[in-house]
Design a binder for this molecule. Sequence first.
Ligand SMILES: [Zn+2]
Length: 280
Amino acid sequence: MKYTKFRALSILTAAAMLLCACDKQSDAPEVTGEVKITVFDVGKADAMVLQTASHTVVLDTGNKGDGKDIEKFLEKQEITKIDALILSHFDKDHVGGAARLVNHMEIGEIYLPDYASDIDEYNAFEEKLAETDISPQVLAAGAHTEWAFDDVSFTLDAAEKTDYGKNEENDFSLCLYTRHGENSFLFTGDAEEARQQEIIAKDYGKVTFLKYPYHGNYLATTEKFLDAFKPQYAVVCCSEKEFAQDETVSTFEKRKIAAYYTSDGDIQIVSDGKTLNITQ
Ligand SMILES: [Zn+2]
């Protein structure tokens, strides 16, 4: 009897080990090529393009006027279609260029957080969107969606709550986690304390690259956030005038995180599935 029990346990343990081996890492498709991420120098604003072998994702669109630069950047590479446009939230420094892109380019999917906004740049985007036949995917509180483009997996998580208090729209930021082979990337919009806690609870594990939240602001949750994800590289979207806070810069140094600031120019990150090559 004892022996049988032990064997049953061993089988269970082996099954558990197998399950452990099948976590996020092995969900990712097999690496066949490179992924290129460009983080634009657009001041204290977010605008990024992620390119897989044959797909293009735009994550946030900077301020009004930056949409044109994103369009030019893609045109130069003869890219006419954005396969996925993700707006982390509706602040003008994230949604600013979206109207232009919707008006000028072919767009596959659009992913949005679920809250009301009355910001001019958001209204302009809504107007242009209404002229198309695209129905955006609005991620309700707690919603989660996943897809793969070529050899890259994408996980998009919405904020958990429907109310974060007054002037707390940053906490509605969608969070994007992507994996390319051994490299993982976390993009966190302008998540502040409440939203950072939620992202920590998602348990994405260690990440290679972090788009640091909220333009380099050092918050009560910052250390815990960096403890949770232990990024090797971090990018901060900020301007010279409104640079990342000193405490943020010093915590990167203390933790030996290689940090890049868009105030120094566009940043390009290339992954071969094993290592990252970052140029600025
Ligand atoms: Zn912002």
